[in-house]
Design a protein around this ligand. Sequence first.
Ligand SMILES: NC(=O)c1ccc[n+]([C@@H]2O[C@H](COP(=O)([O-])OP(=O)(O)OC[C@H]3O[C@@H](n4cnc5c(N)ncnc54)[C@H](O)[C@@H]3O)[C@@H](O)[C@H]2O)c1
Length: 357
Amino acid sequence: MQSTPISKSPYIINESLTGGSFENWLKSQSFTSLFILVDKHTHVSCLPYLSANNPILKTASILEISPGERSKSIEIAMDLWKSLLNKGADRQSILINLGGGVVGDLGGFVASVFMRGIRFVQIPTTLLAQVDASIGGKTGVNFHGIKNILGSFQQPEAVFADCNFLNSLPTRELVSGYAEIVKHALIAGGDVWNKIKNTNPLRVDDWSSIVTESILQKKAITDADFKESGYREVLNLGHTIAHALESLYFKKNKQLTHGEAVAAGICIESRLAVLLNILDENEFNQVQNYIHAHFTPVEYTANDLPELLDHIQKDKKNEQSNPAFSLLQGIGKVITRKTAAPELIIQALTDYAEFAY
Ligand SMILES: NC(=O)c1ccc[n+]([C@@H]2O[C@H](COP(=O)([O-])OP(=O)(O)OC[C@H]3O[C@@H](n4cnc5c(N)ncnc54)[C@H](O)[C@@H]3O)[C@@H](O)[C@H]2O)c1
């Protein structure tokens, strides 16, 4: 089912921020004050480049948070609302979110609620935020141990993605974002997948065309179903298992990036699709071989399987506690809200572990 977008689609531009497009765009807006939200890393690695090339920002107030998922909380949102009030923000202020998905999700949420909503701009600085988190208007924070449980659908005024930011990004974060590019390519299929299938993320010199294509793929889907009433669920490919793996690692206090979990999730859910007789074994092998060649496997033991199953059964995308997967029916074709018996889910998790390590 497709629905009409209920929120305007933002102005999206993927080019260097040195060229004046951002400065000119800001000059075309009327505003009383500018705020830039950064985390400690983007303050050091990204803000100097943005400010040096856009003199209009010299009057902007800087708001800084600690890096990492723990900052995506209601407590940090409250600190930011207090700072905005103390620094005289009003309804004509604009908030610029300069950072990865954490800064973008948190800043978007803060802006969407402050004075019933002020304008905000996303300047994503990780590969993941450029191709995924900054596109589609989902904002939010984690609460009560549940990821993204408080939030809003609110489009930014604009998204400016500049691949120069990727130069300072740690390799592990770069590969993490690449998992979402792989996901978009599997959803699109055809030439898009053929191009990605022949790409090694560690050997890409210029990300611009790959990032632009991936942004457009996500944008086409989210524009068609802004509030996720159906079609947008194709983007959940790999994510039911990914969220369970993230929860397991979070509980064990072990490091796992979102992209590492998504890459494993795509593999495991594709295996599940084979077990459900909806995906051809040859296409599955293409997916499995590509993912194993470029992503670190996510390790778990047989003892972890009941907990993983429990997380899958509690996923917030489920209906009446039946796990609802978005699965590949073929490369370029995704079926949504597909249920599977627990034994098959365990089998898919076991098959992945046996193949991967
Ligand atoms: N809104 C959505 O639709 C959506 C979609 C996918 C993911 N997300 C959210 O995105 C978040 C993950 O985003 P992320 O992977 O970008 O993580 P992140 O924001 O935590 O950034 C990863 C790390 O890279 C650092 N960093 C960012 N840009 C840098 C740069 N250019 N140079 C050096 N270091 C840099 C950050 O400080 C951080 O330490 C999660 O909270 C997830 O829920 C949201």
